[in-house]
Design a protein around this ligand. Structure first.
Ligand code: FMN
Length: 339
């Protein structure tokens, strides 16, 4: 059995297969089953900026309403902490999971603007999180905001969270940055220790019957993996940050591809929501079997073997692949062969 252990964000993990941020972490039993089946770490579902800002507003409104009360009445006023309705249950969930499993547990913060909410990172650290994943999910910034301004705003969020804690912080990114490797370099300067690529966009469809928006969350498929593999291969060649693959990993062979591209860990959401947390064991068996078959003694040995480090000019190489593929397709002409 090859050695599957890996180091991610400075944490030692027994396996690169990690439970991704998802509703699974709302159920400590499910988390424990994933860990028993081999998961090396767990990322909790997110605590959202909007949730935290709402909590702060509720606390302020309460204080405003009671500030003129006499000393006796003030004495029975509960502290502002009692009004952090969103954050308290989350902290309790985190503590429960920490008690159940012996692998690192990451809390997840999710937001896009710098502000007081980022200070909640400290509460997550105090509750026992081993690291933080900061999700910068946004489909588009405010109208008229330039790409440079979007990135500057997001870097300010990262800096604020990093400064609030001693824990390692990894940043979960969306795929559409004009210059991904440069932005990741800026994230490193801002103090991030890792990146997770990529968020899935939950692109709502249109319901033609009702002229409404269809907000159904459709699970991923392995077709979403190559976008991640390409980014990992580029990042693995250009950064020393820890790399997590998220999106489209449904088998141990998908995980092997991510590791060959440079991933330190592979996060799993849809596949576990579809097949159950114990399914980690299936992926682990497939990954170990593939590594063994290829003669790798460990997953670390396979990591980054297919990254772009050996390409002297990755940009030119990618353009060449692109033009070759389009040319090749014309020559094969699939529909003509079928008829
Ligand atoms: C039902 C569901 C809930 C999710 N909730 C979160 C969340 O709270 N925070 C987050 O960063 N990602 C969340 N995700 C995204 C996953 O962590 C993951 O990045 C994404 O689903 C792609 O991985 P997959 O192909 O393994 O599903 C969620 C995904 C699903 C399917």
């Amino acid at each position: 059995m090859p050695d599957l252990s890996t180091t991610w964000l400075g944490l030692s993990l027994k396996s690169p297969l990690v439970v991704a941020a998802s509703p699974l972490s709302r159920e400590p039993d499910a988390v424990a089953r994933a860990v028993d089946a081999g998961a090396g770490a767990v990322v909790m579902h997110s605590l959202f900026e909007e949730q935290l800002t709402h909590d702060q507003m509720a606390a302020h409104r309460f204080i405003d309403a009671t500030v003129d009360l006499d000393a006796e009445t003030q004495g029975i006023r509960p502290g502002a902490r009692a009004f952090t309705v969103g954050v308290e249950p989350y902290l309790r969930e985190l503590e429960r999971i920490k008690r159940r499993v012996d692998v690192p547990v990451l809390a997840s913060l999710n937001g896009t603007t710098p502000g007081g909410w980022t200070r909640y990172a400290k509460r997550l650290e105090e509750a026992g999180a081993n690291a933080l994943e900061l999700n910068l999910y946004e489909v588009g910034g405010p109208e008229g905001e330039t790409g440079a301004a979007v990135e500057a705003r997001q870097l300010a969020v990262v800096q604020a969270v990093v400064q609030a804690v001693k824990l390692p912080v990894t940043v979960k990114l969306t795929p559409f940055y004009a210059a991904l490797t440069a932005f990741v370099r800026d994230l490193e300067t801002a103090g991030a220790r890792g990146v997770a690529v990529f968020n899935r966009f939950y692109q709502p469809d249109i319901l033609l019957d009702t002229l409404d928006v269809d907000r159904q969350l459709v699970p991923s498929t392995p077709a979403e993996l190559p976008l991640r593999l390409h980014a990992l291969a580029r990042l693995s060649a250009t950064t020393t940050l820890s790399l997590a693959c998220t999106g489209g990993v449904h088998s141990g062979l998908d995980a092997a591809k991510a590791i060959l591209s440079g991933a330190h860990v592979v996060q799993l959401a849809s596949v576990l929501l579809e097949h159950g947390p114990q399914h980690v064991a299936v992926l682990q068996g497939e990954l170990a079997g593939w590594l063994d078959g290829k003669g790798y003694k460990s997953s670390a040995e396979a990591r980054g073997v297919l990254d772009l480090r050996s390409a002297p000019d990755p940009h030119a190489w990618e353009r060449l692949n692109y033009t070759r593929m389009l040319d090749g397709w014309r020559a094969r002409d699939s529909w003509r062969r079928k008829s």
